[in-house]
Design a protein around this ligand. Sequence first.
Ligand SMILES: Nc1ncnc2c1ncn2[C@@H]1O[C@H](COP(=O)(O)OP(=O)(O)OP(=O)(O)O)[C@@H](O)[C@H]1O
Length: 267
Amino acid sequence: MSHNASINDVTPASDQTSSDAQASATPAPVLEVSGLAQRVTSGEGRLTILEDLELAVQAGESVAIIGASGSGKSTLLGLLAGLDSPSEGDIRLFGSSLAGLDEDGRAALRAGQVGFVFQNFQLLPTLTALENVLMPLELAPQGDIEAQARDWLARVGLAERLDHLPRHLSGGEQQRVAIARAFVAGPGLVFADEPTGNLDTATGERIAELLFTLNRERGTTLILVTHDLTLARRCDRCLNLEAGKLVEWKDEASAPAVATPQGGDDV
Ligand SMILES: Nc1ncnc2c1ncn2[C@@H]1O[C@H](COP(=O)(O)OP(=O)(O)OP(=O)(O)O)[C@@H](O)[C@H]1O
């Protein structure tokens, strides 16, 4: 409402139609970051991790964030997901500023709209695969949520593992449960933090294939933090975090100093 009011205040009547058409043709970014800074106080004094960082991610895009160890990737992901608060700057998720929300408000904004996939899977160890996938649906149940969770586990190839506890699943299987959990509520945005980092190469490739297929099929926006340049190159855009800012990374000759960790588990 206030947006329309301000357009009406400054736009001549003859230009309004084209302005409105432009506004509807260009949807707001799913994620918009401006002037982001993160500073912490450590034993050695004040440390600036992120400084004047800008980012806009459109719906359906896949964006890789790469960068040297200690460059601030995890810090950035925590801020983008609204898990931590920045020292300065604004983050808008689905058009809502996180700065205006308290912790409960940020959690409510994430619920059903944001999914997470972590390097170490982060399944609840005492819950079965099915119960882990049910969790996001239980926040706002709609329809037969058990059928939806079963369907997603079947989609990731685990129809025969519904009642397995995480410790009775291989690393690749656990990550597939985590992917089903991330996508089951139909989120607009999925954050993946080193999703293949704990997997061997072949398993990691299968997990990456699954993530990108779902990103394409569901039109989900994907923000991926990775050390793996092969994985990063599969994204629509690749951004390198250096000196606290994101820099578009295109030139393969100028590969940034990232290391590919060795994986271990089988599917
Ligand atoms: N709360 C904190 N207090 C002090 N220093 C911190 C804090 N959080 C992060 N740091 C420092 O900020 C830097 C960035 O950390 P971060 O974990 O975000 O990097 P990263 O790029 O994710 O690293 P890696 O790739 O090794 O996981 C590191 O030097 C880290 O030690």
